[in-house]
Design a binder for this molecule. Structure first.
Ligand code: PEP
Ligand code: MG
Length: 512
């Protein structure tokens, strides 16, 4: 029992160090996992079970930790929720750390890596990714893992090419194999031919050259050859993403997906936590427009603390504004945090998944309610906050003439608009070939939205992935789009494209 206590204390202090290291290297959001591990290590259920096994079975601490690890990992893995399933990896991680401390073993493996490598693993634990010297980590490939596994999140933040979820990976690999990791395309080539190797080295060089060249566009304007301005903004998930936004010279934030603030904790974020997050984004954007979207939970985005029911068709179910108009306490907490933060910059509040005028009116009424509560309490907020809606359902696109009378801007969510228009689940690989943002049905809805918005004198942007699709830039400019909002890494490339387009000609060419 005493050895267990000692090992636990050592592990906790190591986790605190890893947290500080991750905070300095990749940011708060990514470092949070080590805080979670500290909490898990102090969890009385988990520790209590280990102590119980030691006492009752009279076994050593290592054995008790392993048994508890297996029980808890199996429990998490059997849950329906994908996010909770992935937490099994965290149980394995903290147990391994405890056992290392108990046996006095050091995890030498990572420290011994002194040359560039691609790490292939069944699953990679967040602490592995942090322990390896980043200058040697060229790529990550794993059998297990999804988008919400923390290794993926860390790899993305560190800009390390990674491909996860490759079935049978380790059977086809041996140490020392040469591997090409195509993180952008999700491909892995094992022991490539000389020609393949040359081809990909060439691609890598071209990629680096392209990035270097694009840097020259920092500080230039996003204006077409004939002088039409398009605002190129960035999409973010957390305030940590702002470094990349500023490096890539974004002209604002077109979409802050606030649900990420809600996803990684066991409780809902307080008004204060949200206020600090929104304030920091507004301050760092120094008066550039910042569009913050209210909670868009549901669909593929799960928030464990909300305890939403499992549904047969989650994308057609209890989602986004539907949740917020139903659970108004959660919504009003977010609105209060947003309005309080509004004095620190140029804020726009945007509602997701709108299908009717009534929803917009109801949401606006709640905004007014929160405003008058703040006024009564003597808490300041800006009087210039813009209110907008996402146009991401065919229903909303079809009534944009009416919706435009209610709001200050539209932002078209082509990701959902495509899935709902074409009746094709955006997550289902089997029908992925039908998912097509270039489909005339989608593009006509986009065009209609822009026309109806402009008729009422409001601005219209696009914040779905299509905003960064270079094959559509000319079409969107021809339609008169005011803003394109995308991942920060695409901004300079799209700016280059915009500068090469003639807007009048693009309008002439429109044929959908
Ligand atoms: C969209 O649907 O296009 C969008 C931007 O929102 P999300 O991808 O978060 O659903
Ligand atoms: Mg959407």
């Amino acid at each position: 029992m005493a050895r267990l206590e000692g090992a636990k204390d050592q592990a906790l202090s190591e986790l605190a160090d890893l947290y500080e290291q991750a905070l300095a290297e990749v940011g708060e959001n990514e470092a949070a996992i080590f805080e979670v591990h500290q909490m898990m290590l102090e969890d009385e259920d988990f520790l209590g079970r280990i102590r119980e096994i030691i006492t009752e079975e009279k076994v050593n601490a290592e054995y008790a930790v392993e048994t508890t690890r297996d029980e808890y990992a199996a429990l998490f893995a059997s849950m329906d929720d994908a996010y909770m399933q992935e937490r099994a990896a965290d149980i394995v991680d903290i147990s391994r750390r405890l056992i290392q401390k108990l046996t006095g073993q050091r995890d030498k493996f990572w420290a011994e890596i002194q040359a560039p490598v691609i790490v292939a693993a069944r699953d990679l634990l967040p602490s592995d990714t942090m322990q390896i010297d980043k200058k040697y980590l060229m790529g990550i490939i794993t059998e297990v893992g999804g988008e919400t596994s923390h290794s993926s999140i860390l790899a993305r933040a560190l800009q390390i090419p990674a491909v996860v979820g490759i079935e049978g990976l380790l059977e086809n690999l041996s140490p020392g194999d040469t591997v090409i990791v195509d993180g952008a395309g999700g491909n892995v080539f094992v022991n490539p031919s000389v020609e393949q190797k040359e081809e990909w080295l060439q691609k890598q060089a071209e990629h680096q050259e392209r990035i270097a060249k694009l840097q020259k566009l920092v500080g230039t304007e996003s204006v077409t050859k004939d002088g039409v301005r398009v605002r190129l903004a960035a999409n973010i998930g957390t305030p940590d993403d702002l470094d990349a936004v500023l490096e890539n010279d974004a002209e604002g934030i077109g979409l802050f997906r606030t649900e990420f603030l809600y996803m990684f904790n066991s409780t809902l974020p307080s008004e204060e936590v949200q206020f600090q997050a929104y304030k920091s984004v507004l301050e760092r954007m120094k008066g550039e427009p910042v569009i913050i979207r209210t909670l868009d939970v549901g669909g593929d985005k799960e928030v464990p603390s909300l305890n939403l029911p499992q549904e047969l068709n989650p994308f057609l179910g209890y989602r986004a504004i539907r949740v917020c108009l139903d659970q108004t306490d959660i919504f009003k907490t977010q609105l209060r945090a947003l309005l309080r933060a509004s004095v620190y910059g140029k804020l726009g509040i945007m509602f997701p998944m709108i299908t009717s005028v009534a929803e917009v009116r109801q949401a606006k009424e709640l905004v007014e309610e929160v405003k008058s509560e703040l006024t009564s309490a003597g808490i300041p907020y800006s009087s210039d906050v813009e209110i907008g809606v996402m146009i991401e359902t065919p229903a909303a696109a079809m009534i944009t003439d009416q919706l435009a009378k209610e709001v200050d801007f539209f932002s078209i969510g082509t990701n959902d608009l495509t899935q709902y228009t074409l009746a094709v689940d955006r997550m289902n690989p089997q029908v992925a070939h039908i998912y097509d943002t270039h489909h005339p049905a989608v593009l006509r809805l986009v065009q209609r939205t822009i026309e109806n918005g402009h008729r009422e004198g409001i601005w219209v942007g696009i914040c779905g992935e299509a905003a960064a699709d270079l094959a559509l830039t000319e079409t969107f400019i021809g339609m008169g789009i005011d803003e394109l909002s995308m991942n920060a890494g695409s901004i300079l490339e799209v700016r280059q494209k915009v500068q090469a387009i003639n807007a009048a000609e693009a309008k002439e060419k429109l044929d959908i």
